[in-house]
Design a protein around this ligand. Structure first.
Ligand code: ADP
Ligand code: MG
Length: 411
């Protein structure tokens, strides 16, 4: 394990598991993506071994690759299933990769003067390097530097394209800024939702019932686009805000948010909202299904960033292959530990599952080479209707369920 905190705590507490020392053989590895990059192709890994990333995880988790894959998948859907189905992919704000698509971006920019755009470096996280702008001249300095470096790169022809992002120029995405976020108490928030993928071929994905909303500490306004405390909801940003209260934090459990929205808008609208989010999870995974190198030894716990706007439309901002598993409060610590314990239950090194389970602890199977319906057996319909097996923001009685599944759990 390359981590401390909840990950190491959960692995250490797992009955029958032992921590391997430096040179010892291991069966299970919770590593960061850099370990993968440096070692995966150079070490022999037996069939039974499990690792917490896919080899080319970045196809989904790099902001520019995500957009490229989604755009391609949308086109494919339009060809094969028609415009209506393709429109179900319209859940990410208009995005361009810079410097590559600068001219396309400028064309789009000129269509709607005064619109707010957000620039995000593709290789960074936690809000680092992000800025908002409304005038082209605001990205002029950035453009000059990156264009110069880019042409030097092209002339010397150094490196391969995969290294290009990291070593030569900093690639950015420029994205339409969602100017009408849903506000609670005048504050903006986004959602962190966890999806576990245990296979890409066939696609098998699990949705965790818990997650949280991350609030900004300042009231939302479009008057000051430079203030990160207003516009970026990353915990890493918000916890440096002058009035941040570590006791209270800046999070709501997703259950609390679902209740709040239901009380305000009624069950029907909120169910549509959550079904739209399910659509985001599935379509985004499908967009990389053929691209990700499916390897039985790999699984991935993704952290989705979703923003809801005032029309209750959810937008996909990014997918993290290394969502933060550090804890910002006791409640957060428990959430992360339960999430990790249940991840290990699903990954099932112990070989206790039958493969027919639709639920394991807080995880519900939402895709198993096709949509999964709620109800007893795999494939069973509820009263003859298809009801998707998703329970995001619903009651998470994971302990009871795990007891039923595994009998009496060890302490
Ligand atoms: N298009 C957007 N519209 C509105 N807010 C955005 C948009 N993109 C990002 N944000 C805000 O900025 C934060 C950081 O952006 P994100 O894409 O998640 O990058 P990072 O990898 O730095 O977390 C988000 O959590 C959200 O609050
Ligand atoms: Mg993020």
């Amino acid at each position: 394990c390359g981590f401390s905190g909840p990950v190491l705590d959960v692995l250490r507490c797992r009955p029958g598991w032992q921590q391997a020392r430096n040179e010892e053989e291991w069966d299970f590895l919770w590593c960061d993506v850099s370990w993968l990059r440096e070692n995966f192709d150079h070490v022999y890994l037996e069939e039974h071994v499990r690792i917490c990333h896919f080899r080319n995880h970045y196809e989904l988790s790099r902001k520019n690759y995500l957009v490229k894959n989604l755009k391609r998948f949308r086109k494919q859907l339009e060809r094969e299933a028609g415009k209506l189905e393709a429109a179900r992919c319209d859940f990410f704000p208009k995005t361009f990769e810079l410097p590559l698509e600068y001219h396309l971006f400028v064309e789009e920019f000129r269509k709607k003067p005064g619109t707010t755009w957000i620039m995000k470096p593709v290789g960074r996280s936690q809000g680092k390097g992000i800025f908002l702008f409304r005038k082209l001249k605001d990205i002029f300095d950035w453009k000059m530097v990156s264009m110069t470096v880019c042409s030097v790169w092209e002339i010397t022809g150094e490196g391969d394209s995969s290294q290009k992002d990291e070593t030569q120029i900093e690639t950015y995405v420029v994205q339409r800024y969602i100017e009408n976020p849903y506000l609670i108490g005048g504050r903006k928030f986004d959602l962190r939702v966890y999806i576990l993928v245990t296979s890409y071929s066939p696609l098998k994905a699990w949705l965790y019932r818990d997650g949280f909303a991350r609030f900004s500490s300042m009231r939302f306004t479009l008057n000051s686009i430079d203030d990160h405390y207003v516009h970026l909801t990353n915990v890493a940003v918000q916890k440096t805000a002058p009035d941040y209260d570590p006791e209270k934090g800046c999070k709501w459990m997703i259950q609390q948010l679902r209740q709040y929205l239901t009380a305000r808008h009624g069950t029907g609208l909120v169910e549509v909202l959550f079904a739209d989010m399910d659509n985001i999870f599935i379509k985004s995974l499908q967009s990389v299904q053929k691209v990700i190198i499916s390897d039985k030894r790999c699984f991935e716990l993704y952290g989705y960033d979703i923003l809801i706007d005032r029309d209750l439309k959810p937008w996909l901002l990014e997918v993290n292959a290394s969502p933060s598993l550090a804890a910002s409060s006791q409640e957060d610590y428990e959430l992360k530990c339960h999430l990790l314990e249940d991840t290990l239950h699903v990954v099932d090194m112990e070989g206790r599952l039958t493969g027919k389970e639709k639920r394991v602890g807080g995880f519900d199977l939402i895709w198993n080479d096709g949509p999964v319906s709620r109800g007893g057996n795999l494939g069973a319909l509820v009263n003859g209707n298809f009801v998707a097996n998703t329970h995001l923001g619903c009651f998470n009685d994971r302990k009871k369920q795990l007891k039923e599944l595994f009998g009496n759990l060890p302490a």
